[in-house]
Design a protein around this ligand. Structure first.
Ligand code: ADP
Ligand code: F6P
Length: 475
């Protein structure tokens, strides 16, 4: 195996995230293996760690799993233990039953439970202690995402010598929604432990600064906050990116070309393949897009002998109630549309509830004529950028929700409001039927953007800024 056990080594660069880049999974025969963890954070950070080296502190993905520090594919991994109770209260509860829906514009109702909060505090303390153990004197520690918002302050108390950065991968909500949170002051204070707090969009950074000013009356100037202990905290936007060239190279390989052709044949050689790729999450707008496609087929605007919708959804957070409800809703919706409008051997929707290796994803992107990305709210959405990076030539169209971070950069996408089913239908048709010339022009501009703003550029900007801040700086 690529995994090698080893005692923790101290590192001058440390990333702290809820999950390690790999999950320990048990096969049906009882054997175990490490598999890439789900979600955009890991997609983005794997290449960052390969460039900057250092250690990655995180949870190995299953409850009550005691794993020693180890090296996997050249990355130094430092596991944090979560008990079954921790997973239920901190991860499924406060992180994904409270913060996730609250930060995504309450598209599902957030639940506020004091025992979830208490465990969030305890587990954040554990991550801070792990980071404090691993970080070298004067090192840089980069804490990730909504699960760990208290770690910056807790870590600063333990290790005032460190430069501490924080990046939020999901949206930071409007101030009036954030104020619902019974523990709003503690969360803000937690984040203020960092020297640099990064957000996907400028609006998120501004919301954060405004809240700090309103709640604590700290002095703020544009993106800078002065704390009572005399520190400067900077809050700024860094829209996250992908490893564009490696994604492109993978998509352009002969193997991927052959596999893309095979996928098209397996789907019955349709003229148009529509594609959706998501974690199975209620923020992603899956029912809206499936309903829109189903109506196009029922209306006769799309012929199931000619077009197919391939939807690939990674299983996600399956014990959280809202995710169970969503899964049942999608099963029912897809079943109904295929039953009502399908032809023998030609169901209009092919739905795969599974996750696939990167090679297979690249082949799907390459095969797809229209990529349909319709979140109701999404911090960035890397799938949209991956699709663009995998395209070449004059075909391929991206339908993209206005409510994603990516829509602020990929202005040449066919932009949609996913709540507007008629708009979604007409935009999907327009994207499929647009001229090659138009599609090529749009894709060329987006491709240039995705290549010029890749993950190296992103991490470089954040770390350059962090380097100028913190202990010893006079910023
Ligand atoms: P999120 O972080 O909310 O999951 P993103 O779109 O930013 O959303 O990132 C999702 C990542 O997961 C992308 O890198 C995408 O390629 C990957 N992914 C999504 N669905 C699948 C799947 N079914 N199999 C494998 N990878 C997937
Ligand atoms: O920002 C996206 C994100 O929420 C990450 O924080 C997370 O690791 C990923 O999606 C996948 O979700 P989970 O870790 O809950 O499976």
């Amino acid at each position: 195996s690529a995994a090698r056990r080893g005692a923790s080594r101290r590192a001058s660069f440390v990333v702290v995230a809820n999950r390690l880049p790999v999950d320990r999974v048990e096969n049906p025969d009882g054997s175990q293996e490490w598999r890439t963890s789900p979600g955009g954070l890991v997609t983005a950070f794997e290449p960052v760690m390969r460039t900057h080296r250092g250690a990655w502190v995180g949870w190995p993905g299953s409850p009550d799993d005691d794993v020693e520090p180890f090296v996997h594919n050249d990355l130094q991994l430092e596991p944090v233990h979560l008990s079954a109770d921790d997973v239920e209260l901190y991860y499924e509860g406060f992180s994904n039953g409270t913060l996730w829906p609250l930060y995504h514009d309450v598209v599902a109702p957030p639940a506020y439970h004091r025992d979830w909060w208490d465990r969030y505090v305890t587990v954040n303390e554990r991550f801070a202690e792990a980071a404090a153990r691993v970080a070298d004197d004067g090192g840089q520690v980069w804490i990730q995402d909504y699960q760990l918002q208290l770690v910056p302050q807790l870590l600063r108390q333990l290790r005032p010598d460190l430069k501490i950065g924080f990046f939020l991968h999901i949206p930071f909500p409007p101030t009036e929604l954030f104020q619902q949170l019974p523990w709003r002051s503690q969360i803000l204070q937690g984040l203020l432990g960092a020297d640099l707090v990064g957000f996907q969009l400028p609006g998120g950074a501004q919301n954060f600064v405004r809240l700090v000013r309103q709640r604590f009356s700290y002095e703020t100037r544009r993106d800078r906050i002065r704390t009572p202990d005399g520190r400067t905290v900077v809050a700024r936007a860094y829209p996250i990116a992908i490893d564009s060239s490696s994604m492109h190279d993978l998509a352009m390989s002969e193997e991927t070309a052959a596999r893309a052709q095979e996928i098209r044949e397996d789907l019955g050689n349709p003229t148009t393949i529509f594609l959706g790729v998501d974690r199975l999450d209620y923020t992603k707008g899956l029912p809206e897009r499936i309903r829109a496609f189903g109506e196009l087929v029922a209306d006769g605007a799309v012929d199931p002998a000619d077009a197919v919708f391939l939807q690939v959804a990674t299983p996600s957070r399956e014990r959280v109630e809202q995710y169970r409800i969503l899964r049942d809703d999608i099963d029912r919706l897809v079943g109904r549309i295929n039953g009502d409008t399908g032809l023998l051997g030609r169901p209009p929707i092919i739905y795969l509830h599974n996750s696939y290796p990167r090679e297979e994803m690249a082949a799907m992107y390459r095969a797809a004529d229209v990529m349909v990305v319709t979140p109701l709210r999404d911090g960035m959405n890397l799938v949209a950028k991956e699709y663009v990076a995998c395209r070449d030539g004059d075909n391929g169209a991206l339908v993209l929700s206005e409510f994603t971070g990516a829509a602020k950069e990929l202005r040449q996408a066919y932009l949609v409001n996913p709540h507007d089913i008629d708009g979604l239908k007409s935009t999907m048709l327009a994207a499929a039927g647009d001229s090659s010339r138009n599609k090529a022009r749009r894709m060329r501009i987006m491709r240039r953007h995705v290549f010029d703003h890749d993950i190296d550029h992103w991490a470089g900007q954040f770390l350059d800024d962090l380097g100028k801040l913190g202990p010893g700086s006079d910023y």
